[in-house]
Design a protein around this ligand. Structure first.
Ligand SMILES: [Zn+2]
Length: 371
C-alpha cells in the first residue's frame, strides 16, 4: 500500500523564489495546455492528449528557454494532472477543469525520487548529509520529525501559506489487517481538560493531581520566603522535593492508565506533533506543556499502540485549533478563546473538540490509501 509522509522543509529566500517560480511555470504550462486542448477541440474535434502536450512542450522549451529551469519531470507531470482533471470530470466527480490561479496551484510532483538502480541521481534526492537535493536549488533543510519508512515512489513539493513541505509517497508493507482505520480517534491535549477526543469524550486531570499541584505551588512560594541556607530553608527544600516526586509519580500513573485505555479502544490514534519551534515561541506555555507531560504521554501512546498492533500518527499542528472542522474556514482565535464559532457555516464547538476533529482529519489524509 502507498502512504503519504509529510515533512516541513526550510528553503532559504533564494530557494523559495526559485521554487515559487517553478510553480508558476508549472501553472502556466497547465493553463496553456488546457487552452490548447479546448481550442483544438473547438476547431476540428481533435483530442489533444498528454503526448501531444509533451511534444508541444519540447517546442515551447526552445522558444522559452526559461522553462528549462524547471526539472523536466514535474513539468511533464502537469499533463498527468490535467488528464486526471478531465477523467474525473467525465466520471462526473468534479466540475469542468478551470484555469488555475496562483492560489490554486500550490504543488509540483517529482514522479521519481532518489537514486535509481543504475546509480543515477533523479531530479530530487537526498544529499549525503541528509538534506533534500537538486542541482539547481542546492541543498534544502528538511525536518524529518519521524523516520521515512518504506520505498519512496514520488515526491510532492507543496507550498502552504509561507511554508513549504515535502510529501513523500512511500510504498509500505500492508498495515496489519488488525488495524481498523474506521476505529480511529484524534486527540487534542490541552491545559483546561487533559485530553479531548474527536468523538467528544473528554478526560480531565484527576482531582487528586490538581490538589497535589496546588500544594506544590504553595510549598514553592513558602520556600522563596525562607532565608537561603537556614535550617528552615533546608527543611522546605526537602518538602518541595517530596511534593515534586509525588506529583510526578501520580501524573505518570494517570498517563499510563489513560494511554493504556486509549490504545486498547482505538486502532488508529492521531495526536499533534508539537515541535520544538512551537514550544519556544511561547515560553510560558512551553513550561506548562512540559509540566503536563505531553511528551511523556505521546511516548506512552506510541509504544502502547504498537503493542496492540495499532498506529499512532503524529500530524502537523498548524491551524488545527483555528480551522473549522466542518467547512475548513480559518477562524483566528487567541488561546483564551475557548469556543470555536464559524460565521461561514454556523458551527459552534468547544475549541479543543474542534481541534481533535481536525487532528483526526489530518491523520486520515496521511493514511490515505491510494491503491
Ligand atoms: Zn465552518
Amino acid at each position: 500500500m502507498l502512504v503519504n509522509q509529510k515533512y516541513e522543509i526550510f528553503p532559504n529566500e533564494e530557494q523559495k523564489k526559485m521554487l515559487d517560480r517553478w510553480l508558476q511555470y508549472c501553472r502556466q504550462t497547465y493553463n496553456s495546455a488546457l487552452l490548447d486542448k479546448e481550442r483544438k477541440y473547438r476547431k476540428n474535434k481533435e483530442n489533444y492528449n498528454r503526448y501531444d502536450m509533451q511534444r508541444q512542450q519540447t517546442l515551447d522549451k526552445k522558444r522559452y528557454p526559461f522553462l528549462k529551469e524547471v526539472p523536466s519531470q514535474p513539468l511533464q507531470e502537469v499533463f498527468v494532472r490535467l488528464k486526471k482533471a478531465f477523467d474525473s470530470f467525465f466520471r462526473k466527480d468534479t466540475k469542468y477543469p478551470k484555469q488555475k490561479k496562483y492560489k490554486d496551484y500550490t504543488s509540483m510532483t517529482f514522479p521519481q525520487f532518489g537514486i535509481n538502480e543504475k546509480g543515477n541521481r533523479m531530479a530530487m534526492s537526498f544529499s549525503d548529509n541528509g538534506k533534500l537535493f537538486n542541482t539547481k536549488l542546492g541543498e534544502i533543510d528538511i525536518l524529518l520529525h519521524r523516520p521515512l519508512e518504506g520505498r519512496m515512489k514520488q515526491l510532492v513539493l507543496k507550498r502552504q501559506g509561507k511554508r513549504w513541505y515535502a510529501i513523500f509517497c512511500v510504498e509500505r508493507q500492508a498495515i496489519p489487517t488488525s488495524i481498523d482505520s474506521n476505529n480511529a480517534v484524534g486527540i487534542d491535549v490541552g491545559l483546561n481538560k487533559y485530553a479531548v477526543l474527536s468523538n467528544g469524550l473528554e478526560y480531565d486531570n484527576p482531582r487528586f493531581l490538581r490538589k497535589k499541584e496546588k500544594q506544590l505551588k504553595k510549598a514553592q512560594r513558602k520556600l522563596s520566603k525562607k532565608k537561603k541556607g537556614s535550617a528552615n530553608y533546608i527543611r522546605q527544600v526537602q518538602q518541595v522535593r517530596q511534593f515534586h516526586e509525588k506529583v510526578a509519580n501520580q501524573r505518570k500513573d494517570f498517563l499510563h492508565k489513560l494511554s493504556y485505555n486509549l490504545a486498547k479502544d482505538y486502532s488508529v490514534i492521531a495526536v499533534e506533533n508539537l515541535n520544538i519551534r512551537n514550544m519556544v515561541r511561547n515560553r510560558k506555555l512551553s513550561k506548562s506543556i512540559s509540566d503536563a507531560g505531553w511528551g511523556m504521554f505521546r511516548n506512552m501512546l506510541a509504544y502502547k499502540c504498537e503493542k496492540n498492533s495499532g498506529v499512532l500518527i503524529k500530524v502537523e499542528p498548524t491551524f488545527t485549533s483555528q480551522d473549522c472542522s466542518c467547512c475548513n474556514n480559518r477562524v483566528k482565535k487567541s488561546l483564551s478563546i475557548r469556543t470555536h464559532i464559524c460565521k461561514k457555516c454556523g458551527t459552534v464547538l468547544d475549541r479543543d473538540y474542534n481541534a481533535a476533529i481536525n487532528i483526526l482529519q489530518k491523520a486520515k489524509e496521511e493514511l490515505l490509501v491510494i491503491n
